[in-house]
Design a protein around this ligand. Structure first.
Ligand SMILES: Cc1cc2nc3c(=O)[nH]c(=O)nc-3n(C[C@H](O)[C@H](O)[C@H](O)COP(=O)(O)OP(=O)(O)OC[C@H]3O[C@@H](n4cnc5c(N)ncnc54)[C@H](O)[C@@H]3O)c2cc1C
Length: 411
């Protein structure tokens, strides 16, 4: 029987394989993976760098799990070419294999800005376990690090390097940290937390060049000044891995374009996770990747059986005991939207709600763990909070008391 094939063994590939195995017990699913490792949890890589977890502890599933599910894993086996009309793949070693249905779960790769000095020894990006190993090996023997990029990944890396005892400077282009998930007020609270940990933060700082002679020695700032460094990690974004789809002539924009069934422009070829562009959108985080993988897997087993629309963007950063959650449309410059804020710099608390047509559409919650589940539900269910906007920020207002039913029952 012609097999079902998945390219990529990140969380998307493995979740989709499981969905197919469940929907069609007995079907042989083959996963072809460029990396030589069993699927691991990428969010744990900073903790691995810090020496807080071992590589074995971040593995997602043991080998026996694959056998039980009839999933055949081909590690260190990159796919080089897709011939969609012929329903065939060519592996890098030249082997040609047929497929009945195919999932592209090729994910993303770290994006390195085209800056002078990026190729010097000691300059890294972080996406894979192998990247993390190299960073850790160097970090254990040097003293000063610069992290370019003050987004969530940059801050996780900075925390890990600081935990190893390095002097760490974070450079952020914007005027505050985590500009995609935080506004200026929230950024200021977060910066205070990082500085307490001994992490030096420079906002509105652009990297002009990475300096060194063979090996990195520092970073030259566009606004003037140099920061000495023995290790530089660029956490400046990621890009979907679209080459396979592009070469095969599939529709590709920023990612591989898919419809609501997660089908690409080619028959029997699906895409999900970081590589997929759904409704013009790339996500780059795990919750949508898992939801898409389940939908794609269901459709590969039984075409047209499941649809995907969107996932509420949600990120959580845990740093120095602080917990920061950003939900939905939380950074907006639309003056038509109501933006409610509560800042407590001393206690390191920050709470913000964005309200559109009486409904919370976005929120930032820093050290507000108790409120997070209630807010997440209010956004997901689109509960009308218009009668309560003056109370939403009150410390003693019970957000769990609001529900679709209760609001509908109001006169
Ligand atoms: C350090 C780090 C921390 C993160 N933290 C968080 C977090 O806290 N929360 C969150 O939601 N998200 C986080 N993310 C993002 C999250 O890891 C991604 O959204 C997720 O990994 C996407 O899964 P994926 O399976 O689609 O792609 P990937 O994980 O990128 O996996 C794709 C796999 O496909 C393989 N591949 C590519 N091309 C081929 C080919 N031609 N042949 C065979 N194999 C191929 C790649 O080698 C890779 O192993 C983090 C990412 C990183 C790097």
């Amino acid at each position: 029987m012609v097999p079902t094939i998945i390219v990529g063994n990140g969380i998307t590939g493995v979740t989709a394989a499981q969905a197919i195995a469940r929907a069609e017990p007995g079907t042989a699913v083959h996963i072809y993976a460029a990396e030589p490792h069993l699927t691991y949890r990428r969010p744990q890589l900073p903790a691995y760098i810090a020496g807080e977890v071992a590589a074995a502890a971040i593995t997602h599933r043991p080998p026996a799990w694959y056998e039980e599910q009839n999933i055949h894993l081909h590690l260190g086996c990159p796919v080089a070419e897709l011939d969609a009309p012929a329903h065939r793949l060519r592996l890098e070693d030249g082997t040609s294999i047929p497929y009945q249905r195919l999932l592209l779960a090729t994910g993303g790769r770290a994006w390195m800005p085209p800056v002078e000095g990026a190729a010097l020894e000691g300059v890294f990006t972080l996406r894979t376990l192998d990247d993390a190993r190299t960073i850790r090996a160097r970090a254990r023997h040097v003293r000063r690090a610069v992290v370019v990029g003050g987004g969530i990944l940059g801050l996780e890396i900075a925390r890990a390097l600081r935990a190893l005892g390095l002097a760490v400077t974070v450079l952020e282009l914007s005027d505050h940290l985590m500009p995609r998930q935080l506004d200026r007020e929230g950024g200021a609270v977060l910066q205070g937390i990082l500085e307490e940990m001994g992490i030096h933060v420079l906002t509105q700082s652009a990297t002009a060049a990475i300096l060194g002679n063979g090996e990195v020695s520092g970073v030259q700032l566009k606004e003037g000044g140099r920061i000495p460094a023995d290790l530089v990690v660029c956490a400046t974004g990621w890009r979907p891995v679209v080459e396979l789809a592009q070469q095969a002539g599939l529709t590709v924009d920023r990612g591989v374009v898919v419809d609501k069934y997660l089908q690409t422009s080619a028959e029997d070829v699906y895409a999900a996770g970081d590589v997929a562009e759904v409704g013009g959108r790339l996500y780059g985080i795990i919750p949508p990747a898992i939801e898409q993988a389940r939908v794609a897997g269901a459709n590969m087993a039984s075409p047209g059986s499941a649809t995907y629309t969107s996932t509420l963007p949600s990120t959580t950063l845990k740093v120095a005991g602080a917990e920061l959650t950003s939900l939905g449309k939380c950074v907006v410059d639309d003056t038509q939207l109501l933006q409610l804020r509560h800042v407590d710099l001393e206690r390191r608390h920050y709470r913000k709600f964005v309200v559109e047509e009486g409904r919370i559409v976005g929120a930032i919650l820093l050290n507000e763990r108790a409120r997070t589940p209630a807010v997440r539900r209010l956004i997901r269910e689109g509960v009308d909070v218009s009668a309560h906007t003056s109370q939403l920020l009150d410390d003693d207002f019970d957000l769990t008391s609001l529900s679709t039913k209760q609001v509908a029952a109001l006169p």
